[in-house]
Design a protein around this ligand. Structure first.
Ligand code: FAD
Length: 360
């Protein structure tokens, strides 16, 4: 490749909450946009994965979106507005944020692969190539939906889709929908869909509902468990598996309607529906896989940062630093996979990486 690579010290891959927080902190420490750092994002607009969220997810139905450092959400949005779509409000906020701090975000630029070359990293994209000394990876999970394999999946004549593809419950009116999964998204979609049509809900393990909302202490305890896992090089695991699912008023109403009658996982998929191990069948028109996401890290594969079990041994103050190669930080990964975690991880990664590269 004879083309010149663009040279800078640090590239932040991904401009969602985690990438923007990292950029804010790099800039605040005195590093210069362009010569010291820049951001690459494959999405067409500001907003990270929020720009793709389904329309019924509003500011009142999300768990909570924490303000980015240095500028509050209410600076761009009236605080009493809660019914605004998250897919509109958050991109609006992030765009204003990028502008206010003049963050150098290049988009749409898809990072296809990162490899090592002469003590630097070479970042290949669908546009320019970049050569850098350090990487803050903030690519989230939206690009890598997980659908477990079940025998017969390819035979099913109905529609199969993932949380990522969901738009509106009305699309399923008159159809029987199987909803797979026990996380927060599964329950939100089950609630919506069961109001317009018949549903069957299946999960691998018995869902653990809790009568009380999360306290800050519960949140900290859950994050501590995930942090401990990644420090030991284990796959992070989902936070719901640690905290259980709080029964919101909407979920209580769904339970009272009989929509939360959970069945165990089926053993196979047929042409017309699903079949359990005991031979019982359920006809279905749609299978909606609310089976989660995994971290979008495939572009880092040549760097071989994974252990044999698929996990990555993490270190540093908030477990954002890749121990096998401290020039790489993962933010929004594991314990920082929340808006507040992403904020904090961005601060820690910016500080530790600048120090390691002697840029501070
Ligand atoms: P993202 O917002 O996913 O940003 C990643 C960015 O990286 C994207 O813009 C993407 O285009 C880009 N990218 C990915 N791959 C590449 C590549 N190869 N090259 C270039 N760019 C790339 N958290 C909360 O705290 N509160 C909530 O209420 C909440 N609700 C949620 C609801 C849903 C349905 C889901 C799925 C998650 C929710 N979360 C919530 C978790 C939430 O995703 C995180 O908190 C946070 O927004 C993730 O930020 P991020 O910066 O890590 O990733």
């Amino acid at each position: 490749n004879l083309r010149m690579a663009y040279k800078t010290d640090i590239v932040i891959i991904g401009a969602g909450q985690a990438g923007l927080s990292s950029a804010y902190h790099l800039q605040k420490s005195g590093l210069k946009a362009g010569s010291n750092f820049l951001l690459l994002d494959k999405s067409p607009n500001a907003g990270g994965a929020w720009q793709y969220r389904w329309p019924s997810l509003t500011l009142s139905t999300v768990n909570r979106i924490h303000d980015l450092p240095g500028m509050t959400f209410s600076d761009v949005l009236e605080p009493e507005v809660s019914e605004v779509k998250a897919s509109v409000a958050v991109p609006h906020y992030y765009a204003a944020y990028e502008k206010k701090f003049q963050l150098p975000v290049y988009r749409p630029v898809n990072v296809s692969v990162v490899c090592e070359r002469n003590d630097r990293f070479r970042i290949e994209t669908d546009r320019e190539t970049f050569t850098v000394r350090g990487i803050i990876n903030a690519t989230g999970t939206w690009e890598t939906p997980v659908i477990p394999h079940y025998t017969g999946a390819e035979l099913f004549k109905g529609q199969q889709l993932h949380t990522r593809d969901y738009q509106a419950a009305e699309a399923f009116a008159g159809k029987h929908v199987i909803i797979v999964g026990g996380g927060i998204s599964a329950l939100q979609l089950l609630d919506e869909i069961s109001q317009v049509t018949t549903t069957t809900w299946v999960t691998r393990s018995e869902p653990q509902f809790r009568e009380t909302p999360f306290s800050e202490e519960d949140g900290r305890a859950a994050v501590a468990i995930v942090e401990d896992r990644v420090r030991r090089g284990l796959i992070p695991g989902s936070v719901v598996s640690v905290t259980g699912i709080p029964l919101t008023p909407a979920l209580r109403a769904a339970r009272d309607r009989g929509a939360l009658n959970r069945l165990p996982m089926f053993s196979e998929i047929t042409e017309t529906g699903i079949r359990w191990a005991d031979g019982t069948e359920q006809r279905a028109d749609v299978i909606l896989w609310c089976t989660g996401f995994r971290s979008s890290l495939d572009h880092l594969a040549p760097l071989q940062i994974r252990e044999a079990n698929g996990g990555i041994i993490m270190g540093g103050r908030l477990a954002t630093q890749v121990m096998k190669d401290p020039r790489i930080h993962l933010v929004g990964y594991g314990p920082s996979a929340s808006t507040i975690g992403a904020n904090r991880a961005g601060a820690a990664a910016a500080k530790e990486l600048s120090a390691y590269l002697k840029l501070d």
